[in-house]
Design a protein around this ligand. Structure first.
Ligand code: ADP
Ligand code: ADP
Length: 229
């Protein structure tokens, strides 16, 4: 079964303040197979963030359908949302909380009962156990990114989506993050990531979809795609 299924998805941002309407997605269809690392590759402005924001429930689609873990985002929005963990690009936690507190607060927002919380386990999965009680502001850039990933795991979603996980990070940190994504996937999580680095998609992904100007222009197992280049 597909972890994510998208059919004829379109998004038009309305014209405003002199800017014309923008067709950010022009009828995109694809499936993300369960258990894979799936790369959504494309240049800036291609529509990647729009697609992710629709899945996250942050942007309203104009037409088409999307389902997550079998739950249609219109018909079963709560179940759809519970089935996905989104890792945003920007750091979104309070610098004066500790990683442990950040995860406990996030669990609270999701309504995860105290007894069912696994904050320490999740911190261990992202290799932050030794920083559990440090102020987030004292973490290195790499540790902050791992904490962002940890936040997306709090409700134990079967699917996580990472938006440009390695944008602006150095080579060493990029490799660390790749390792971590591989570990999470080996642990059973289906991963979708967006990137504009072909090398990143090649190294990491089982399958790559390429999006450009709001249209899907390829969708193949990585081996086949690279064979064509
Ligand atoms: P990517 O993530 O691939 O860089 P985006 O989804 O951010 O692409 O953007 C796709 C297109 O939609 C771009 O032309 C962008 O300028 C436009 N766009 C994105 N968000 C908005 C918005 N809120 N209002 C109007 N246009 C937008
Ligand atoms: P923990 O005790 O938190 O489970 P480990 O013992 O697995 O962490 O790792 C200790 C240190 O090694 C971490 O602080 C981290 O900096 C680094 N490390 C190990 N594996 C990874 C990885 N896949 N990604 C990032 N950092 C890692």
């Amino acid at each position: 079964p597909a972890a994510i299924s998208i059919r004829d998805l379109a998004k038009v941002y309305a014209a405003q303040g002199g800017a014309p309407a923008k067709h950010a997605l022009k009828g995109v269809s694809f499936d993300v197979p369960e258990g894979q690392i799936f790369g959504l590759l494309g240049p800036n402005g291609a529509g990647k963030s729009t697609l992710i924001n629709i899945l996250a429930g942050l942007v309203m689609k104009t037409s088409g359908t999307a389902s997550i873990w079998g739950f249609d985002i219109d018909e079963h929005p709560r179940n759809a949302k519970r089935s996905i963990g989104i890792v945003p690009q920007e750091i979104v936690f309070d610098p004066f909380f500790t990683p442990f507190e950040v995860l406990e607060n996030t669990a609270g927002l999701y309504g995860v009962p105290k007894a069912a919380r696994r904050s320490l386990q999740i911190l261990s999965e992202v290799h932050l156990s030794d920083k559990a009680n440090a102020y987030a502001r004292t973490l290195s850039g790499g540790m902050k990114r791992r904490l962002l990933i940890a936040k997306a795991l709090v409700h134990q979603p079967p699917v996580i989506v990472l938006d440009e996980p390695t944008a602006g990070v150095d080579v060493e940190l990029r490799r660390q993050l790749w390792d971590l994504v591989g570990e999470l996937n080996a642990g059973g999580v289906t991963v979708v990531l967006t990137t504009h680095y072909l090398e990143e998609a090649e190294q990491l992904c089982d399958r790559i979809a390429i999006i450009n100007h709001g249209e899907l222009i390829a969708n193949k197992p990585t081996r086949e795609l690279i064979g064509m280049a």
